[in-house]
Design a protein around this ligand. Sequence first.
Ligand SMILES: [Zn+2]
Length: 313
Amino acid sequence: MIRTRHHTYIFALLAVFAAAIGAAPAVAQDKMELRTVTDGVYMMQNDRGSSNASFVITDDGVVVLDADLRTADQVLAQIRKMTDKKVKYLITSHSAGDHASGAWRYREDKPVFIATKTQMRDLYMQEGKEFAERQKTDEVYKASQLTRPDIGFEGSMTLQFGGLTFILTEEGGGHSTSDVTVFIPQKRVMLMGDLLDTEIHPGQGESAGVFYSNVKGWTRSLDNIIARNLPVDTYVPGHGPAHIGRGVADLQEQKRYFIVMRDEVSKMMKAGKSLSEIEKTIEVPKEFAHYKRKPRLVSFVKLFYYQTIEQGY
Ligand SMILES: [Zn+2]
């Protein structure tokens, strides 16, 4: 009897806790902060569940990278404050909801929405399904529509617009099914999407409940970009603060993170530790100890563990 009552008490507590989480106005708190990357290039930084979004203001209009339905209204409001030019192009770095769900917010300006063919397929397949699922329960989604890309490219494409060159490169499958970077040579800036996260543990490439990140593809993409020796002052991350002027050191740090963390997991595997033991006891090496959002590490430990068994690295 006591045991039952004890359990009832715990369940009641859990219910209160769950209700508290469910009732929390997470969307309202998901604030985007303006950061200037360089003249005409801006990043809206988000430190919670949403992604960063970037925009470039030119004489002919605005180019935006990434739109999360939950926060793209804040990005558009900021653009409206800074220019009377319309948003002419919207590019997506990858198909995850926190980057590709919010094109609808820009409908008044009718931008050309550019994605890769793979991203476009995702938005018709699992991401489209996820959007429809969310429309059943989430008021923000209920009041919106999924806007799919106008153009799907493969490999790379170059956009000449507003006196600037935007070089879109499909870097491959690393963080997601298809990661795109945007290099703007006249600004010495490269927009990285989630191939670069700064000062936080990187996120697993979740797309409608399926995890797509793979360490091999991710480090290969970073290697490929580093090998281009691009004239870039700032690589703009998909999450975390932009380190203005730090250049390629940001990419080297991101790559090193994967190598060092995978090494830690591998050593623990050799010592006979199980996955759950590794998840519970792994220590973050000093050089990454300041990284925030540590809970995200757990999904990556799984990734290091299974991908080491599956393919060695
Ligand atoms: Zn993201």
